[in-house]
Design a protein around this ligand. Sequence first.
Ligand SMILES: C[S@@+](CC[C@H](N)C(=O)[O-])C[C@H]1O[C@@H](n2cnc3c(N)ncnc32)[C@H](O)[C@@H]1O
Length: 210
Amino acid sequence: MADKGEFGAEAKRLEGLWGGEFGNAYTERNQAAGSNRAPFWQAILKDFPARCVLEVGCNLGANLRWIASELRPEAVYGVDINLKALQELRCGLPGVNALYSPAKELPFRDRWFDLVFTMGVLIHQPPESLPAVMAEIVRCSNRFVLCGEYFSGEPVEVAYRGETGALFKRDFGSMYQQLFPDLILRKKGFLSKVEGWDDVTWWMFEKPRA
Ligand SMILES: C[S@@+](CC[C@H](N)C(=O)[O-])C[C@H]1O[C@@H](n2cnc3c(N)ncnc32)[C@H](O)[C@@H]1O
């Protein structure tokens, strides 16, 4: 178990990576990342009605663009630590709330959103701070928690664009259930490359009523 200093140092290093040139380059490369995602988000919002939604690690809005076309943009929130991505999100989706925040300290009240989710973001959290990030996501949701991430039955680090300690696959669904045993699994699925995703496994959980 890392001591507090290590925990802070590794989380800070990765936040710096995503907040700098590395994150800017990701944003440049992924301008069209959301083009095939409409059917997934339409189905999710039909099956799991939400009036107010937060994406943690939203980048330029590849998911939020579809959510903002179903809900009032003012009810749609995204946080990220890359300022270029947030700027592009503000230009591309006027009215959507684009806020700078590290995932491990979300600037919202408990249960503020109906749905809080990540898509390809938990994989980029260091193991030491991952439980804190998940706890923040669960804290801010009043009802639904969704994560879509790369799956591996056993935790495994994968080299990512020349960086070490920057991408970890694991069973994020089981981890949510272990850390927050009150969460109820409502649905699980897989989004393949053929469908325009990147072989992403997703889990939709529901919190018990307050
Ligand atoms: C792989 S991208 C995924 C973007 C988007 N969720 C999607 O599905 O297209 C990861 C995003 O999470 C952001 N991110 C990574 N670590 C973060 C952290 N600790 N706090 C907030 N945002 C973070 C990055 O800046 C980047 O925009």
